[in-house]
Each structure stands twice: as structure tokens, then as C-alpha cells.
Design a protein around this ligand. Structure first.
Ligand code: GAL
Length: 686
């Protein structure tokens, strides 16, 4: 075991992108390196998809080209995020072992012709991946430019689940490990319903398309298994790399809030969290969702800085319509990632491709080369980023945390037999975060079992699958003075999908002081009203018939429909803190009103006047708060400013107020304050 934590080997904020030199001649490499230097690039990721170029035939390697480009980069001071090149198999491997192709839920095998064509459980794939990772580590483990290992690429991007016979065998082993005996499995899966009893392990299959709704616990276990199968693949490479290069940090690039993989568990085994973020340029408020994604990234490793490993300099090419980023938006979106704890900014990719699937995807260096707008803007950004060096290593200060729980996400989205398919875990999480964002509170992510140290408020938008440990952690938090807010359809079933005795909210019953008599989803064409002290708001999607204990205060009631007059939002004093239950799915305005109530009662500042384009986040080290003030909109915004703050981007001391132009940004350094700096909007043009 290394005594010091493995970290990215770079003495600056990272700046660069994916690099595919094997698509270009060596003359172009020399131009690349020159322009990279001019743009402040200090690290690139390669050779991610180059296995066929590195091992053109089984056991025959061609390292020469990679040797040359790595040396050229390093001679020019550019470090390497070195991929193990295992993101996609060479054709010879697949043709020799056609059984390693992944299969979809309807039994179709996926073909060669794109990338990631492998079954995660395939023994042949695993053996070859380990072999390739070892070959890379032995060849380049001592290269002075090696700053980080980049394992695979975006696990699960194209194939995250496989239903093939090999996956079925692996699934059975996973189930044996989880349940021990067939009786244990039969009991867990509730097989007496619809005649599902198994009499032999090999009768169990991956949940392929069946005549009707599948067994919910089988579906849920398949989600868990599939995430674990991919995690095993990751661990396999980590083990090889740690053996050969014990001091080099490892990562794999995540895909923000990605449903299919439990990133808490992935983050546990790697050294650095990295993320690929592609907010939709056509969406003027995509930064709001990005703020939750980044909140998750910084939280996955306990608040440690993470790294934005991919983003787009302008348009993507995988959407139906790929709109470019307006001038200035590359900068403000990149600074947003840094604001939220990323120690750098990287793009897909350095040079725009001339051919292949991604030739229309923007890059730092566009098809027009140095003249391209993306180069001008990314070059300016690279140089500007150097002024933000003081923020490197600092951590984001958040008072609010949002529970991200993959089991509940899977449970409420993999299963066909639910009160409503409209109550979606991810939409709920995003709506709750959006309300908090509008009120001026960036959120961290937390597991349902904590730790919750340092937070004032913990919100759980939807904890469909719950257990006693979660309830104990949330209760202890409120006992100690914290505010807990639990959302609808929480505490419904246990980890084997069995409804809690007495119904929802199961283990949270005592904490919340309520019982759910019936879930009462709304028809698609229905909207009900919910009345709060701040006004009447629209309830869409979902309501619940709840009954409250005597010590519960009702903060909102249903104002129409069958539940007219019944409690909709409740709060109860719990120890030194309080516990809220929100039983409905309010529109943005209604949720903002509820959370304003929550924050005010918790003594946390909430903006009176909201502007969706204003994004304020503070990173801090021991002495200094670095408050990023970002305007994601096209109209100027004015905010108040802590006394004596200096803008790191301009070097100027800022007066009492700061006006940010369209897509403007400031990074205010001020002595670290006791409370998290909270900037008020003083004017808005909305
Ligand atoms: C990512 C992927 C990259 C590139 C990029 C384009 O998902 O990791 O290789 O395809 O998307 O946006």
C-alpha cells in the first residue's frame, strides 16, 4: 500500500483534451504540440480507442508510434492521461471469439462496426483486457510524462447491460453469492406470485423480454448485477496497474448522473473522480442540471477535487440536432465545472476529426485550425485558467446535500408494476435540485446513510428502497439539529422489493410522523392544486393520502381533487432539528416555495428574487473563499459582493456590487468567512 494518496501528477490546473494522433500524420503532430503549448494545454488523454493500432495482430505490438508521440508531448511539457486502450476490442479478437459480443434484451447480438462491442462478463474479454493493461503498464509505467491512468472509456456508454448466456451464468454466480441457497433466492424474489419458483440455479436467466411484467426483484437484481459486472472489469485493470505502477493514480471517466452504474462504488476503488459533461448547448438553462452532476462528482470522493475530463468546445455530434455553443459559453460552462470543484478543464477532443463518426463534433482546434472560433476561445480560456491556480485543491462549501441512491433509482425505473410510471427518480432529483439552485444553494450529493457532517439540510427526493441504517442516519442528523426533507414514494419497499409492514414510509415513519394510506398518482391530463402560505401551486404527477401524528405541522394541503384538504407537505420537530415530508410532485414554482420555507426555517439564506442564470458557488481553502459568480444568460446581472473581494480573473478589487455581462464570470477571493458567502441578486433584467 502506498503511504501517500495517489494523485494526478500535475502542478497546475489541468487543461487539455482527448488526443487521437493515430488519425493524423506526424507533421500534424508537430503542429498540434505547438498549438497546444500556445493554448496552455498541459495534459492530453490518449490512446483511448487505439488497441488495433497498438496490437495489429494477436501478440504483435506496434509501440513505435506511441513511443514517439508520448516523447514529443513530454518534451513539450505536456503530461499524459494514459489510456489502457481497452475501450473497444480489435476485430481479430471479436472474430476469434464471437461469443464475446453483447446481447440485448430481445436476444440480438450486437455487431462490430462501432465501439464497446463486448460483453462485460466475457472471460475472453476480461483476460485480454488484463493482458493489454499489463502490456501498457510495463511499456509506459516509467514514462516521465505519465500523470494518470485512464481505464477503458465511459463504462456503459453504449453497452451497460448484457443478456447473453455468459452474462446469465455470471448472474447466477452473483445471485448465489448474494442469497447462498436457492431457497434464499426464492424467498427474496417473492416467487409465490405468478408461479415463479425456481428448482435449479440454471433455470434462472437474465430478464429477457417476457410475456408480461417481470419479477420486480429479478429486475432490480439484474440492475445491481450489471453495475457490479462492470465494476469487476474496472477492478481487474486497477489490480494490474497497481501491481505494475503502484504510485500512479487511476481513473475512469464517468458520465455525470448516469443511471446504469452505481458511481459511489466505482469511486471507492479509483484514485481520482473524472467526468465527461455535455450540457445541451440548445438548452439555455442546461447549467442548472450540470450543477447537480458536478455536485455528485465532488461528493463521490468526500469533497475532494475531481476533474472534468471531457466536455465540448462547441457542438456535439450525437444529438439529433447539434447546436454550437454561443461565444462565451465555452468559458462560462468550463468555469462552472471549476467552481464546482474540478481541478481543470478538458475537452473531447483536441483536433476535430477529418473522418469517422465524430467529424462533426467540435474540438478545441476546429476544421479551420488556428483560425477556428473554438481555438480562439479555448486558447483564451487556457491562458485565463492559469490565473485560477490558487483555487487548485480547494473544496466547495455547500450547506445542503441531496441523497443519490442507485438502488432507489433502479427500483423505481426498472420495474413495470408501479403506481405510476411518471414518478421518475432522476426527474425528482433534478426538480428538487433546481428549486434549491434557484434559491441560491448549490447541493452536494450524499449516500442515504451519510455521513452528513457539515450540512444543515439533507434532502432525499425519492428513497423508494429504504432500510433501517438510512433511517438511523437521517434521524441522528435531525436529532443533532439538521433539517431532513423526504420526498414522495419513499420508504416503500426493502432491498428485496417487499413492502414494509404498515406501508410507507416504512423505516422513516417515526422520523416523519406520518403514514401513507394510499399512493394517489395523477392522470396525465390532470393537475391538482396545493395550497401553501406562500400561495397555491400546481401539483402534477403524484399525490398521497397521508395521515399525520399530533405533533406534525401541516405546511401545505391539497387544494383540489379527491385529496382536497388533506396534508400535502408536513414538518415535525425531530430532536434539535426537523423532518419534512413532501408527498406531492410540485411544479418548479411550488417546489421553490416549499424549499424557501424549508431553508428559512433552517436559518439558511434563500434568494427572494431568483434568476436562473445566476450561479454562485464557493470553493475554499483554510484561509480564503473563492466565490465563483457566473452569468449563464444573455442579459447582464448585478450582485452584491463581500467587502474587499478581489477578482482573480481580472486581478482587480471589486466594489460593493458586481455587474456581469452576458456569459460573464468573476472569481472573488476574500478571507474565509464563518458562513458560506451568499450573494444577493440586486438587479435582474427578467
Ligand atoms: C464521449 C466519449 C468520447 C466522445 C465524446 C463525444 O461520450 O467518451 O469518446 O465520443 O463522447 O461527445
Amino acid at each position: 500500500m502506498a503511504t501517500t494518496p495517489r494523485a494526478l501528477r500535475l502542478d497546475a490546473l489541468a487543461y487539455g483534451g482527448d488526443y487521437n494522433p493515430d488519425q493524423w500524420s506526424e507533421d500534424v503532430w508537430r503542429e498540434d504540440v505547438r498549438l497546444m503549448r500556445e493554448a496552455g494545454v498541459n495534459i492530453v488523454s490518449l490512446p483511448i480507442f487505439s488497441w488495433p493500432q497498438l496490437e495489429p495482430q494477436p501478440g504483435v505490438y506496434d509501440w513505435a508510434w506511441l513511443d514517439r508521440i508520448l516523447d514529443l508531448l513530454w518534451e513539450n511539457g505536456i503530461a499524459i492521461d494514459l489510456a489502457t486502450a481497452t475501450a473497444t476490442p480489435p476485430s481479430w479478437l471479436l472474430r476469434a471469439h464471437p461469443e464475446m459480443r453483447p446481447m440485448d434484451a430481445e436476444g440480438h447480438l450486437l455487431e462490430f462496426g462501432s465501439r464497446q462491442v463486448y460483453c462485460p462478463s466475457s472471460p475472453v474479454w476480461r483476460e485480454n483486457v488484463a493482458r493489454m493493461a499489463r502490456a501498457m503498464a510495463e511499456r509506459y509505467g516509467n514514462h516521465p510524462g505519465l500523470a494518470l491512468w485512464h481505464i477503458s472509456n465511459e463504462y456503459g456508454d453504449h453497452v451497460s447491460r448484457c443478456w447473453c448466456p455468459e452474462s446469465a451464468r455470471h448472474f447466477r454466480r452473483w445471485l448465489q453469492n448474494r442469497y447462498g441457497t436457492l431457497d434464499g433466492l426464492n424467498e427474496a424474489w417473492g416467487v409465490n406470485v405468478w408461479g415463479q419458483r425456481y428448482t435449479a440455479w440454471d433455470h434462472i436467466e437474465t430478464p429477457k423480454k417476457a410475456p408480461g411484467p417481470g419479477n420486480p426483484t429479478q429486475l432490480l437484481d439484474f440492475e445491481r448485477f450489471s453495475s457490479d459486472a462492470m465494476l469487476e472489469l474496472f477492478q481487474l485493470e486497477i489490480d494490474v496497474l497497481r501491481e505494475v505502477t503502484p504510485d500512479i493514480a487511476v481513473t475512469t471517466n464517468f458520465m455525470s448522473m448516469f443511471r446504469d452504474l452505481d458511481y459511489w462504488r466505482f469511486a471507492e476503488v479509483e484514485d481520482l473522480v473524472t467526468d465527461d459533461a455535455y450540457p445541451e448547448p440548445a438548452d439555455p438553462i442546461s447549467h442548472v442540471g450540470a450543477s447537480l452532476n458536478y455536485g455528485l462528482m465532488r461528493s463521490l470522493k468526500d469533497g475532494q477535487p475531481w476533474l472534468l475530463l471531457e466536455s465540448s468546445a462547441s457542438a456535439t455530434s450525437w444529438r439529433d440536432v447539434n447546436v454550437p455553443k454561443a461565444p462565451g459559453r465555452i468559458r462560462v460552462e468550463s468555469l462552472q465545472a471549476v467552481a464546482h470543484g474540478s481541478d481543470g478543464v478538458m475537452f473531447f477532443q483536441w483536433r476535430q476529426a477529418k473522418y469517422g463518426q465524430e467529424k462533426f463534433h467540435s474540438s478545441m482546434l476546429g476544421h479551420r485550425g488556428e483560425k477556428s472560433r473554438s481555438y480562439r476561445e479555448t486558447k483564451a480560456l487556457g491562458l485565463e485558467l492559469q490565473r485560477l491556480e490558487p483555487v487548485r485543491g480547494s473544496r466547495v462549501r455547500s450547506r445542503v446535500a441531496l441523497v443519490v441512491d442507485w438502488d432507489s433509482w433502479w427500483g423505481s425505473s426498472a420495474i413495470e408494476s408501479l403506481p405510476s410510471q411518471r414518478l421518475q427518480w432522476a426527474q425528482q432529483a433534478r426538480a428538487w435540485q433546481r428549486a434549491l439552485y434557484l434559491l441560491g444553494q448549490p447541493v452536494d450529493a450524499v449516500r442515504a446513510t451519510g455521513p452528513f457532517d457539515g450540512y444543515d439540510v439533507v434532502v432525499a427526493p425519492n428513497l423508494y428502497i429504504a432500510d433501517a441504517a438510512q433511517s438511523a442516519a437521517l434521524t441522528a442528523f435531525s436529532e443533532a439539529g439538521g433539517t431532513v426533507v423526504v420526498g414522495p414514494f419513499s420508504g416503500v419497499v426493502d432491498a428485496t422489493e417487499k413492502v414494509f409492514d404498515g406501508g410507507a414510509p416504512g423505516p422513516f415513519r417515526e422520523l416523519l410522523g406520518i403514514e401513507v394510506d394510499e399512493q394517489w398518482p395523477l392522470r396525465d391530463d390532470d393537475t391538482e392544486r396545493v395550497e401553501t402560505a406562500a400561495g397555491t401551486f400546481a401539483n402534477v404527477v403524484w399525490s398521497e393520502w397521508i395521515e399525520e401524528d399530533a405533533d406534525v405541522e401541516v405546511r401545505a394541503r391539497y387544494g383540489s381533487g379527491e385529496l382536497d384538504g388533506h396534508p400535502a407537505v408536513t414538518v415535525r420537530a425531530a430532536g434539535k432539528g426537523s423532518a419534512w415530508y413532501v408527498s406531492c410532485v410540485l411544479d418548479d414554482e411550488g417546489l421553490t416555495a416549499v424549499f424557501r420555507d424549508v431553508l428559512t426555517r433552517a436559518g439558511i439564506p434563500a434568494r427572494d428574487q431568483v434568476d436562473v442564470h445566476l450561479d454562485v458557488v464557493t470553493r475554499a481553502d483554510a484561509d480564503t473563499d473563492y466565490t465563483f459568480v457566473l452569468n449563464h444568460g444573455r442579459d447582464p446581472l448585478t450582485v452584491d459582493v463581500p467587502a474587499g473581494a478581489r477578482d482573480l480573473l481580472t486581478g482587480q478589487t471589486v466594489a460593493d456590487t458586481l455587474t456581469l455581462p452576458r456569459y460573464g464570470a468573476a472569481v472573488l477571493a476574500s478571507p474565509r468567512a464563518g458562513a458560506v458567502p451568499f450573494l444577493t441578486l440586486t438587479t435582474t433584467t427578467d
